[in-house]
Design a protein around this ligand. Structure first.
Ligand code: FAD
Length: 285
């Protein structure tokens, strides 16, 4: 595939991990998935943070391990449930580790019903003012519209506010309809938002967890895809290879449309993500 082979225009690749529960899990992730995916020379590995900062120590521990291994690490920082002072201390720590980019998020709302009254924009503004020029600040984007937004226009207004507050790149929620990305980029154009919007890619490896996760995240699984996946209910291997084909085709279309990079939600597994990258022609070292 020409997009991934041409070094001058090669799209960026990044891989997302969630923090394992303990040190042994981190070591397994580092020697397994992270090591396998390093072969694609990704721009960075990002590390999620749980709702209300609930995995903050785990996020920090994995970020530190990645940095020590020589990789670029990008911590997700979710603002809900933390004081400005706590956020400031953590970000100083990340700066001292040499972290150059932070993904700024409101975070999922905690399940205890204590809704956050702050938004990702506030975090971007805080970091932009407190650490001027020291980090690239990235934010989330929703081609299929964030579930809390009443309309596409409202969603774009708040997305643009994050950019005006200092965000210089974005990563999308995953989606399986390329039109969603095309219309989102058109809305960005109309709103005067001109930052790179990297595509969040969710490989298809497990029907139940994909459906559960998609319902929560407001990500649409088109009917044709849902019905096709159902045909693999008792065939995990068949599902994975069907999923790899579907997601490879999706990525090809998005790269042809000019998507500047792919960000894989790996769920800490390497098989499907690496096969998709290989199919797309990303060189493996
Ligand atoms: P915001 O940009 O703050 O938007 C949230 C909602 O509020 C939107 O509907 C927006 O339109 C609306 N809004 C914004 N500003 C205002 C305002 N001033 N007044 C009224 N409404 C407003 N979650 C985690 O917990 N941990 C993670 O590590 C994590 N990683 C993610 C990585 C990516 C790439 C993506 C796409 C999502 C990730 N999420 C993560 C999920 C994310 O936290 C949720 O989707 C969350 O519900 C919204 O976060 P946000 O940063 O997009 O919020």
């Amino acid at each position: 595939m020409s997009h991934a082979n041409d070094t001058a225009t090669r799209p960026s690749l990044s891989f997302e991990f969630f923090p394992p529960k303990d040190d042994a899990g981190i070591d397994r992730l580092m020697s397994g998935t992270a090591s396998r995916l390093s072969a694609f020379d990704p721009e960075y590995f990002s590390v999620t943070s749980g709702a209300g900062g609930s995995t903050r120590e785990g996020t920090q521990a994995l970020v530190e391990k990645l940095v020590r291994s020589g990789a670029n690490a990008v911590p997700h920082l979710s603002v809900g449930g933390s004081t400005d002072a706590e956020v400031g201390r953590l970000v100083e720590h990340y700066r001292n580790l040499g972290i150059q980019r932070i993904l700024c998020l409101r975070g999922d709302q905690p399940s205890d019903g204590n809704q956050h009254a702050v938004f990702a924009r506030d975090l971007v503004e805080q970091l932009h003012q407190r650490f001027p020029g020291q980090f690239e600040l990235s934010v989330a984007a929703y081609p299929e519209i964030h579930p809390d937004s009443a309309s596409a226009e409202e969603d774009m207004r708040y997305f643009a506010a994050k950019v005006h507050a200092g965000a210089s790149s974005a990563i999308t929620q995953y989606f399986y309809s390329p039109d969603a990305y095309e219309y989102f980029m058109e809305r960005c154009e109309k709103a005067g938002v001109h930052i790179p919007v990297h595509v969040g890619v969710m490989p298809i490896t497990n029907i139940d967890s994909l459906q559960r996760f998609s319902a929560k995240a407001g990500a649409d699984i088109p009917r044709w895809l849902s019905k096709s996946m159902a045909g693999y209910a008792d065939d995990e291997k068949g599902l994975v290879s069907f999923g790899v084909e579907v997601v490879t085709n999706l990525c090809e279309k998005l790269l042809t449309m000019g998507a500047p990079g792919l960000h894989f939600y790996t769920l800490n597994r390497w098989g499907a993500s690496s096969q998709i990258c290989r199919n797309l022609g990303f060189p493996e070292h």
